[in-house]
Design a protein around this ligand. Sequence first.
Ligand SMILES: [Zn+2]
Length: 619
Amino acid sequence: MRISEAQIEQIRISADIVDVISSHVQLRKRGKNFIGLCPFHNEKTPSFTVSQDKQIFHCFGCHSGGNVFKFLMEYKKISFVESIQEMAAELGITLEYENQKSEAEQSETEILYDINTSVAKFFSDNLLKEEDGNIARKYFEERKIKPQTLRSFGLGYCPDHWDATINFLNKNNIDIEKSLQLGVIGKSDKGKLYDKFAGRMIFPIFSPNGRVIGFGGRIFDAREGAAKYLNSPESKIYHKGRTLYGLSHGKDEIRRHDLAIVVEGYMDLISLHQHGVKNVVAVSGTAFTDEQVQLLSRYTKNTVLLFDADTAGVKASMRSIEILLKQNMNIKIATLPKGEDPDSFVQKNGSDAFLDVISRAVNFLEYQTAIFEEQGYFNDAAKSAEAIRELVKPVALLNDELKRSFLLKSIAEKFGLREKLLEAELEKAIIAANKFPVQEQIQKEKVKLKKISEADDVKMPPAEFRNEQEIIILLFEENEQITRYLLDHVNPDEFQIAYHRILAHLVYDALINDEALRISTLLEKIEDEKLQEYLLEITFEKYLISDVWDQRKPENKEKRLLKYANDLIKFFKLYHLEKEIMQNHALVEKAEDEEEALRLMKNGHMLYARKKEIEKGNY
Ligand SMILES: [Zn+2]
């Protein structure tokens, strides 16, 4: 059963986002937009903004946002299709369903999701119902995991026959090639198919909105040459570095408590859930990635890390701390008694004792100091200087100056040091820290672009960056004439910032395919959630000329927009031309012979002439 694109579009156009949201959230008008208290995180001053013009919403606090369907999905915890059905009922539109499309028509990723869902069901049935699953059932029983918990996390078992999954796939006419891509089965060098997860307990890995994107398989006992954990390989729908285990199950509680407890193992998380502690995510054995932190920060800024006290655990937690700090997360660290993990601890002592441990979590500085103390760093002068330098390092990663000086003070007090001395250390550490990716550099220049993480981004001066951003904002103004005009003069590939390039291409494609230029429609085509957020954020931000044009007569708006577009194009072109001139200049200096120098100088003259023309407005 499918609803046609045309009908979805019809509903999208007929629905009014302000009406829909108003029946759940109290909104009041401010300027062009409506604001209210965000339903997705706790707040006292409104940062939840709705645009009636553009039919989108965005929260500046927790970064949730999207179109009317997205609101209903998040608010009512329903699927995309359900949100459409709900809107249709509200609007009195009768939905006509298309017949199941052929495989070729169904989108590729949907097929992959479907395969994973079927396979997850197969694994789960094995665990819950089949004779084969006895061994796994016994294991979970011993670990005191209730059947209800097994079901809610979709846990499963893959029989130890090396062909059980393959037989299941064949019996259900499931695409073998795609199942190989997803890594639920493997192929030997000789071309023989086999079950990848044979004899393993299965932990399905869910996307934040609850779709099965991959599997983790755990072995019962150490088998010769077999890894304890086996994870699905990266695929079109599974990106390990962008996935947090347990987020789909815990995100509401994480928002409600405004806190995420971070544990290491899947079993730790599941066991905590069973004991009613649900604001938990698991990063299995490795450090956080930037993308995982960004994902988590949509739900809360506050984390308590709970890692094993062994050396590997400590190392992983130090790396995680750095990554969390760089993204302005608040971090505390809790430690369990030696030899305990969250699972064993909560089984033995119950959830109250566990929450007590969490409430006694210390800040990262105290934690790190304790480690240095334990390793005897403060017993000799040279080593203690080294320890202090190490302690200052993570402080330099903070973007918040206030937080920085507060922490510096606490180090100074702790070690009886002069603050000036530490400040000098901090300066050095900050300079070192800023050799980091472009992204932090931009942030330092106070340009708002928190979420760019594309590796190929170059450093851009703030004014030029802002100019690019303004062009993107105008492209999403839903004004076809202006969009056409801008894209006639600016090539999407010429944007320096990767996010801008992608967004410009999106509008460009819609334009040449004669599709809607509405941002509420285009948003759904963006797969990268961070990019969606970025677009929403800059769309709701006041663009530079908006103040002026709102006050003037609306009939002049078109003219003024066009003039503004011209200014932006001019600046954009000049930036690129000046770069070219500079490059040319450098080449002249390095020219090997006179002939080459002459040719380059000629080229330089040409570039200058073009610059003059552009300055006059001819481009
Ligand atoms: Zn919010």
